[in-house]
Design a protein around this ligand. Structure first.
Ligand code: SAM
Length: 346
């Protein structure tokens, strides 16, 4: 039996940016061989009995003799269906082509599933169009590891993997004739709740050191962010909420809170500061028994029974939803965490 390898793009970070094909393959994978950057939230979509193999390299660390990880080939040769999950798109600075060449040479069947590349995800979530007929006729994707072969200065330039060489890359652009006043944006952890955007010019852009993946967008289009910014404007952006669950599957409440910008945690570890706990049914109050520190933040209870269960489980402060339904829970969360947005909406 010969197995099969799916070279799948996982997108830039937000699990909701997975393609339907990627989602479908992940849900039925035998083996998921993934890059280091892939989030636990995306990996959690694999079946509980799927084998998870971390096979990626970060920032070119660790010399390897292989293009495709030997374990991937071994699993495929053993007849398994392997999802080789890569950040962004497999064929954009992802070495997907080299892995596919090895599969072809080994006679193993493969399929390539595109993903939203970091440049597209970062641009959309930062409110920066990569092309715009008033400001940029084209876009040039480049790697900060290589010297920048600057495109025409009417194009937008995106530099992946540029943080460590940022100063050298910016200096080189000036040497190549880009005006130092050209707007530039550094975007880290794009499309995730930790997304960070710093805007400046080629001359004055300064960015913090850190380990989050980041890229640079250079060009006049960056100035449009002041009008197109949306990600940071959502009512619950920067808020972290735990949603109590009693069964697996999609939680409507979690989806609604995410759409309002909250970072929603539905399963442990709850190891970061939590702003609020939302309990959509009385059975979900057991969360407070299992994780005593979740008794400290305000708890929104869907109705009187849930309120009683939360009180019994030791919740310090309980906010009751009115009406006693999911809309009521969302309203109570907003009143508590984003009162000004609530006032503006009423
Ligand atoms: C080895 S490349 C992989 C690119 C990937 N195949 C793609 O299409 O996005 C890794 C680089 O992608 C960029 N990157 C990936 N995810 C990102 C994110 N969420 N935010 C910003 N940059 C990201 C960073 O420049 C990082 O150094």
């Amino acid at each position: 039996v010969t197995g099969f390898v799916y070279l799948v793009g996982a997108g830039p970070g937000d699990p909701r940016l997975l393609t339907m094909r990627a989602y479908e393959l992940l849900r039925s994978a035998d083996v998921v061989a993934h890059d280091e950057l892939i989030s636990t939230e995306i990996l959690a979509l694999a079946p509980p009995d799927a084998e998870l193999l971390a096979v990626g390299r970060r920032a070119g660390r660790g010399a390897t003799e292989y293009k495709l990880h030997p374990e991937v080939l071994a699993r495929a040769r053993a007849g398994r269906h392997v999802v080789r999950l890569k950040q962004g798109d497999p064929l954009v600075f992802g070495r997907g082509a080299e892995e596919a060449e090895e599969l072809a040479a080994a006679g193993v069947g493969f399929e390539i599933v595109p993903g939203i590349s970091a440049a597209l995800g970062a641009a959309a979530y930062a409110g920066i169009p990569l092309t715009d007929r008033r400001h940029a006729g084209g876009v040039h994707l480049s790697s900060g590891h290589q010297p920048v072969d600057a495109p025409s200065r009417t194009d937008t330039l995106v530099l992946y993997m540029a943080t460590r060489r940022l100063d050298a890359c910016l200096a080189r652009l000036v040497d190549e004739g880009w005006p130092p006043s050209t707007p530039a944006a550094w975007i880290a952890a794009a499309t995730t709740p930790s997304q960070r955007v710093i805007v400046g010019t080629i001359a004055d852009l300064r960015v913090p050191a850190g380990s989050a993946p980041a890229l640079l967008i250079v060009g006049e289009v960056v100035a449009l962010r002041s009008r197109l910014q949306w990600f940071e404007q959502r009512a619950l952006t920067t808020r972290r909420i735990v949603v109590g669950r009693t069964r697996a599957g999609r939680s409507v409440l979690a989806a609604q809170l995410r759409a309002l910008g909250a970072e929603v945690l539905e399963a442990p570890p709850f190891d970061r500061a939590i702003d609020l706990v939302a309990l959509p049914c009385s059975a979900s109050a057991h969360l407070l028994d299992d994780h005593p520190h979740l008794r400290n933040p305000p708890v929104v209870a869907i109705g009187p029974q849930t309120e009683a269960a939360a009180r019994e489980a030791g919740a310090r402060e309980i906010v009751r939803a009115t009406p006693h339904d999911l809309d009521g829970v969302v309203g109570a969360v907003m009143t508590r965490l984003a009162p000004r947005a609530m006032e503006a909406a009423s």
